[in-house]
Design a binder for this molecule. Sequence first.
Ligand code: SF4
Ligand code: MSK
Length: 625
Amino acid sequence: MAKEPRPIDELTIWDDAKAMLRKAKAEGIETVYDRLNQQTPHCKFCELGTTCRNCTMGPCRISAKHPRGVCGADADVVVARNFGRFMTGGAAAHSDHGRDLVEVLEAIVEGETSDYKITDEDKLFRVAGEIGVDTEGRAVMDVARDVLETFFADYGSRKKEISLLSRVPQKRRDIWAKLNVTPRGIDREIAEMMHRTHMGVDNDAANTLLHAARTSLADGWGGSMIGTELSDIIFGTPTPSMSTANLAVIKEDKVNILVHGHSPVVSEMILVAARDPEFVARAKALGATGINVVGLCCTGNELLMRKGIPLAGNHLMTELAIITGAVEVIIVDYQCIMPSLVQVSGCYHTKFIDTANKARFTGALHYDFHPDTALRQAREIISLAIDTYAERDPSRVEIPGEPVDVMTGFSNESVTAALGGSLDPLVQAIAAGDIRGAVGIVGCNNPKIKHDSMNVKLAKELIKKDILVLVTGCVTSSVGKAGLLVPDAIELAGPGLKKVCGSLGIPPVLHYGSCVDNARILQLCAALANALGVDISDLPVGASAPEWYSEKAVAIGLYAVSSGIYTHLGHPPNILGSETVTNLAVSGLEGLVGASFFIEADMVKAANMLDERIKAKRKGLGLSE
Ligand code: SF4
Ligand code: MSK
C-alpha cells in the first residue's frame, strides 16, 4: 500500500516550489512526489542490488535462504554486475553527449554548417597541443580537423590510452597502469562492461569493479572532458558574469521558452533565433514585452555560464516550471528529462518539443535537429512559441517570488585569468591555509530527500571551514537560490576564504558548469597536483553528491574516486546486498586508488569528514592548519 503523502513543507526548502506544489494539488496535476508515493515501498531486493535479470533462466533474487541464482551467481557477483551496468549507463550518456560535440566540430570543418563556428581559437590550439596535434603555423580548420579525428579515435579500440590522459599526473597514471585500469577507448570500455556482465563472463566482483573504474575514467578524462572542451571551443569558454535564478525568471509579460536537458547544441541556436528582432517584434505585436529564454538543469547551466541566461531551476523544479502556466514551449535535448513533462505540458497551453532522434517522447512535437539545419529549425520553434503565447490562459498563471542574483561563468581559464595568469596564487592561498582545501559538490535532486536541503546545507558547512566549494549541475540552482553564488556570500565563509574571495570579488562557492563539466574540476585537480609535483590523492580536496539520483552521478563519483578524490554520497547506490562490494567502495578502494566513497546523510557530519580528510592531506603535504 502507498504511504501517506508527505506534507508539502517537508518536500522542499523553497517557497517557489511549495507554491507550485500547492497549485498542482489545486489543479489536480500529478508530480514526481505523487508518483514516488505510489511506488513506495520499493522492492528490497532491488534496493540491495541483489536482483538479476541478465538472462531468462531467471530473473533471480539472491537471499540468505537462496544465496545463488539459477546459474550459480552469488550476491557479490550480482551486485557488482548491477553496479557496473548502472555506472556504465552514466558513462555512456556523458560520452555520447561528448561525441555529439565532435560531430558538430566535424560539420564546421567540413563546411556543412554555417550556423555553428569555432568561437575560441586559442582554446582549440591549446587543447590541440595537449593531445599531440601539431599547431605550428597551421590554419585553424586544419588543426580542428586533426583534433576531431583524435577525439573520434578516443571513442574507438585502437589506442592504448585516450588522448586527454596527457593532463594526468604521472603518479596517478602509474597507479592506473599497475591496476590495469588505464582507459583505452571510451566505447571500448563501455562495450566491455556490457560483455563482462553477460551471464558467465566476469564472475569475480572485485575484477568487475576494477573495470567499472576503468569505464568511469574513460568518461571523466574522455567523453565528458571532450564534451566540455569542444563546447568551449564552439560556443566560447565561460567568463564570470551575473545572472538570476529561481522560478521568478519566468516572466508573465513575455513569451517564455524553457530549454532543458544537457547539450548546448540546440539551446544555443534557440537563443540566437529568440534574439532576432523580427521575432521580438512579432511577440510585441501580440502584447508580450519580449521573448524570454530560460534554462533548466544542465542545458540551463550551459547557457547560464556562457550567455548569462537565467536558470529557472533544477531537476525537481522542471515539472513546477510548467505549472506556472506561463511557459509557451519547453525544448528538450536529452538526459534527466522526466517523461511526465509531456503530461504536465498537456495540462496547459505549453508545447513540448523534443529535438534528438535518440531522445524522443511519446506525445511530443519532434524536430530532428542537425547542424546543417539547426538555425532554421530553431526559428520555426520560436515562431511556434510566439503563436502559442496567444493560447495562454492568464487566469492560470502564477509565478512565485523574485529572482535571486547569481555570479556564474567560472572555468579553469577564467579562474587562472582572475589570478593573474597562473594558479600560483591559489596554491599559495592553500599553502597559507586561507583556503584550507576545495570540495566539488555535484549532482542532482532526489524526491526521497527534501529538495535541495542537503545540497545547500553542505555548501554552507564547508565554506564556514574555509573550504572553497565548486558546484556543477543541479547543485548550481540549489546554492544559487540560497544566495551563495554572489560575492556577498563571503559573509557566511570562514575568515581565510572571506579574505581571498573578498580580494578577488568572487563568491566562496563557484559555479563550474554542467554535469559534463565536472571534467573541469578533474583538470583543475590535475593542474594543482602537477604544480606541486604530487598525485591528485595527495591534495586537500574532496567531492560530494548529496542528493544524487542518476547513473551519471555514479559515473562521476567513481571517476572522482578512481582519480584519487575522496567522495561523499548522501545515500548509497544499490550495493548493500554485497559486503564485498560495499567494503570495496567505502574502504578497499583506498588501498588501491588512494581514495574511497563515504556515505553520510547528515550534512554536518559529512562536512566534518571532508574536513578531517583535508586536515590529513594538508599534514601530508607539510602544510599547517
Ligand atoms: Fe539468474 Fe544467473 Fe540469469 Fe542472473 S544470470 S538471471 S543470476 S540465472
Ligand atoms: S541534470 S544528472 S539531475 S545534476 Fe545534469 Fe541534474 Fe543530476 Fe541530471
